[in-house]
Write a protein that binds this ligand. Structure first.
Ligand SMILES: [Zn+2]
Length: 473
């Protein structure tokens, strides 16, 4: 750092977990921020001596861990509103309304409210970025809501599919209302593909565009080839759900004569820019293909458990990690959990598969691996000079942070949800300060989300989810 340059923010007296190439930890360490980027990171004395003038703002981390922000590598923001209304993967049979119909009913205002709620929960839990996985109809409203909360967001066009036959296997995800709103049609998809890539034009922005097909067998080979070619041309990832659960995977294997992963490989569309989500039902051949092609895998361990897959399929994630595959974690939305719980779920599923994940591995999955799976590996995911300043100052006072023996362990496994972040910096800006949003009135934002969901319950004539009699209403 040149001595004549000021620094906008200095975080010092920290246990800095850089997740750089050598996985260096600095204690006492410091991070200096200029504009949207990390200006310096290293031992506290070196960073402070490098500063010409005092920083405009200084945060004393009081010895707490500072780590690169987590990225939720697969999230459907529309899921934020149906907590306690739909169970994770099963529908309320009495209502006759399933999750897909809920997704189809959403308005722009609902999407904004759900995005705000998702963003606030993620930021508090130590996330600085989220990938909205091709289910937001009003991407403008979603982007604006994410921007207002201050979180980094990746967006793509919603529901790109041209053959939804396989969705018959997925009762909660099939809905006439959803197919009416997002018609399975090749020409529509080709016209919409790439519609969010303009977001990549701002070199300092916190909104990014990528490509997403719904996956699972809902795209024709020609649509998959077009999307892959466009993704390669623009240097963005192509993100698809695959190998989600047993019935749809079996149906596709029957139709194709081999697994969908083998089929995608035969089309030549699996490579380092391919991000495959879920990947719960993998064959030995699939594991070989994904390892050899260098794809990214986003595993969502909570849906894995909620669908009852733990006893039915072999979890291949520890093996994929061992073989050098870029495996990361996604929430898929936190309908019966809180953001941050994915790490614990992953740890427990892997332990039951006979290979527990080290906390260090989980931290890599949530940061550097997630950034790469989102196509943001050059920008974020580690604390290194020149990268965007996306990081978290953890809360040293949370009871969950004690006995304070292993900062990496507590960062990924015990300090989840609201117990995680004291301050969150996204794109160089402090967006959570002393545990509160600097950009939004959180109470107002939560009230707006509640009003949106109440109106949706009324509109969809959803039955009351409460099983016990409520006296006094
Ligand atoms: Zn999903």
């Amino acid at each position: 750092m040149n001595n004549d340059q000021t620094c906008d923010l200095l975080v010092h007296n920290a246990y800095v977990i850089s997740v750089d190439a050598e996985r260096r930890v600095f204690s006492p360490g410091a991070v200096a921020v200029r504009g949207t980027r990390v200006a310096a990171v290293g031992p506290e004395r070196e960073v402070i001596e490098g500063l010409g003038r005092r920083a405009a703002r200084t945060i004393d981390a009081r010895g707490a861990a500072v780590h690169p922000g987590f990225i939720d590598a697969h999230n459907h923001v529309v899921g934020a509103g149906c907590r306690g209304i739909f169970a994770n993967e099963a529908d309320d049979p009495a209502s006759g309304v399933n999750y897909a119909t809920w997704k189809a009913d959403v308005t722009s205002e609902d999407e904004a409210a759900a995005t705000t709620l998702t963003a606030l929960q993620l930021l508090h839990a130590g996330y600085t970025g989220v990938v909205e996985a091709g289910t937001a109809f009003d991407t403008g409203a979603t982007a604006d809501a994410a921007e207002a909360a201050g979180i980094r967001i990746c967006l793509s066009e919603p529901y790109l599919w041209d053959d939804v036959t396989v969705m018959r296997q997925l009762a909660s995800l099939e809905s006439r209302a959803l197919f009416a709103r997002a018609p399975p049609d090749f020409e529509r998809c080709v016209a919409e593909l790439g519609g969010e890539l303009h977001r990549n034009e701002d070199p300092d922005g916190r909104q990014h565009g990528f490509l997403c097909l719904y996956g699972l067998g809902t795209a024709s080979d020609e649509l998959v080839r077009r999307a892959d070619a466009l993704a390669r041309e623009h240097g963005v990832v192509l993100h698809q759900h695959e190998a989600y659960e047993i019935a749809s995977a079996r149906a596709e294997t029957g139709r194709l004569g081999h697994s969908r992963i083998a089929h995608l490989d035969s089309l030549g569309v699996l490579h380092a820019g391919s991000t495959l989500v879920h990947m719960n039902t993998l064959t030995d051949e699939d594991v070989d293909i994904v390892s050899e092609r260098g794809c990214s895998v986003v595993w969502c361990p909570i849906p894995h458990l909620a669908m009852g897959l733990a006893g039915k399929v072999e979890c291949r994630m520890p093996e994929l990690l061992r073989r050098g595959v870029n495996v990361t974690l996604g929430s898929d939305s936190a309908r019966s959990s809180a953001f941050g719980d994915e790490a614990l779920a992953a740890q427990l599923v892997a332990a039951n598969a006979g290979e527990p994940l080290a906390p260090e591995t989980i931290l890599e999955m949530l940061t550097i691996n997630a950034a790469r799976a989102a196509g943001l590996g050059e920008l974020t995911g580690s604390l290194e000079p020149g990268k965007r300043a996306d990081f978290v100052v953890t809360d040293p006072d949370a009871p969950e942070a004690f006995p304070a023996a292993n900062p990496v362990h507590q960062a990924v496994l015990t300090c989840r949800g609201q117990a995680h972040a004291r301050a969150v910096v996204v794109n160089g800006e402090v967006v959570i300060d002393e545990g509160r949003s600097t950009r939004l009135d959180e109470r107002e934002a939560c009230a707006a989300a509640r009003a949106s969901v109440r109106e949706r319950i009324r509109r969809l004539n959803l039955s009351d989810a409460m099983k016990w009699p409520v006296i006094g209403e």
